[in-house]
Structure formats: structure tokens, C-alpha cells
Design a protein around this ligand. Structure first.
Ligand code: MN
Length: 236
């Protein structure tokens, strides 16, 4: 059975970790075992051991990435951050890329992947980009509130077989400068980057929306998890 490591959120005030059950169900439906990774402060030996055990890395949603991660000062409209989680995920993501471990990166994870590859983020879309299309629709987590145009020839297009996807949207930040080597695979109507991937044989796919919350009733959303798990070699 293939093991897919998931990074949880941590509440820095209480120290409690949480993860949305939707991620676990979507990985399970794809035929793999989701494994919750503990958040361990500056423990590279343990982080390496996680990577050694896993067949794939799923970077999940959560707090805003610390702007220091991409060399900027935190602006007032940047939200809550999780510095411990940032350090561990940055390390795990970089190691997974080095080891050619498949990566599915969702929302904050998609932004983290971009930062690991040297890209930057809009700290607040409405303040720094445009506010004509409302992306922070947290109150309707499963509603497909906007569409994205999918780039033909991308892995995302191969997986979904669709030129347009109808997606949910639970983010107030987004990719600004694209990380090195990444290509854009999906954009919203306002031009915002909603999907990225690394071209080539390794499965490294980021999406700004939350396919895990749609995966029990939207086939293209579950198809992403199925393709990800299929790309994970597994230990038979
Ligand atoms: Mn959006």
C-alpha cells in the first residue's frame, strides 16, 4: 500500500494540529494510505526519515506562508502564519523534489511549492492584484464559485480531460512571481494563477483550489488524487 504523507495545520497558540478529513478520504478513495506527519521543530533527521518512508507528499491548505520565506516583509493584510510548519514543509518539499517523490500541493501547499522554487506571493489579492473576482469564499467551502481555464498539453489537462474546471475558492493569497521551472496550468478569468506544475516525468502539481472538498462528487477533483497516487511508486 502506498503511503502518502500529509502535513497538518498547527495552532501556534494551543499547539494542536488539525487536518480536514476530506484530504484523508480523497487519498483513501485513490487507493493509498494517508499518513499524518507530526510537526517537529527543527528536526531534520526526523524530516529525512519521513521522506524515506513516504511514496508521495501531499502539501495541504492552511495559514499564510510567512513572507520572510519569499524575502518580503509582512504587510498588514497578510493573515496568520505558522512559522514552524513553514520550516518543516519547506524542507520536506525541497527534499521531495530532490528525491523525485511525487508532490500534490493544494492551496497553501501550492503557494509553498512556488516559494520553495524561489517564487513570491500576493500577500492579499484584493489589495495587491484585483478584487473583481472574489477568491476568499471561505463560507462556502464546497461551492464551485469560479471557473479556471486549463492549459492544453499540461498534466492537469491530461488528468481531467477538460478545458474548463469549476472550482471552489478559499484563498486570499496567490502566486505572484512564478517559481523556477514551474509552468502555469490553470488561470481564473481575472488572470490569477490557479494551477502550476513542473514539466517532465516527475509528478509535481499545484492547485489553488480545494479538490479534496469536491472529490466525492466532482470526477475531475478525485481524478487529481487518483493520478497522484498512481504516480507514487509504492512498495508493493
Ligand atoms: Mn480562486
Amino acid at each position: 500500500m502506498r503511503l502518502i504523507g500529509l502535513t497538518p495545520s498547527v495552532d501556534d497558540k494551543t499547539g494542536r494540529i488539525t487536518v480536514n478529513q476530506d484530504y484523508l478520504d480523497a487519498v483513501c478513495r485513490a487507493g493509498a494510505l494517508p499518513v499524518l506527519l507530526p510537526l517537529l521543530a527543527d528536526a531534520p533527521a526526523q524530516w529525512d526519515a519521513m521522506i524515506d518512508q513516504l511514496d508521495g507528499l501531499l502539501l495541504t491548505g492552511g495559514a499564510d506562508v510567512c513572507p520572510e520565506t519569499y524575502g518580503e516583509e509582512k504587510l498588514p493584510l497578510c493573515g496568520e502564519t505558522a512559522p514552524l510548519r513553514d520550516r518543516q514543509e519547506f524542507y520536506l518539499c525541497r527534499k521531495a523534489l530532490e528525491r523525485h517523490l511525487p508532490i500534490l500541493a493544494i492551496c497553501r501547499g501550492h503557494q509553498m511549492l512556488n516559494c520553495v522554487l524561489g517564487g513570491t506571493l500576493y500577500q492579499d489579492i484584493a489589495a495587491q492584484y484585483k478584487d473583481e473576482l472574489r477568491h476568499p469564499c471561505y463560507e462556502v467551502p464546497r461551492d464551485q464559485v469560479h471557473s479556471v481555464a486549463v492549459e492544453k498539453g499540461s498534466r492537469l489537462h491530461q488528468i481531467t480531460g477538460l478545458d474548463t474546471l469549476h472550482v471552489n475558492s478559499r484563498h486570499h493569497q496567490a502566486i505572484c512571481r512564478l517559481g523556477q521551472g514551474l509552468v502555469v496550468t490553470a488561470r481564473a478569468n481575472d488572470g490569477l494563477i490557479e494551477g502550476v506544475e513542473l514539466p517532465g516525468p516527475d509528478f509535481v502539481v499545484g492547485v489553488q483550489w480545494h479538490p479534496e472538498s469536491l472529490s466525492d462528487y466532482v470526477p475531475d477533483a478525485q481524478a487529481l488524487f487518483n493520478a497522484f497516487v498512481n504516480a507514487c511508486g509504492g512498495k508493493a
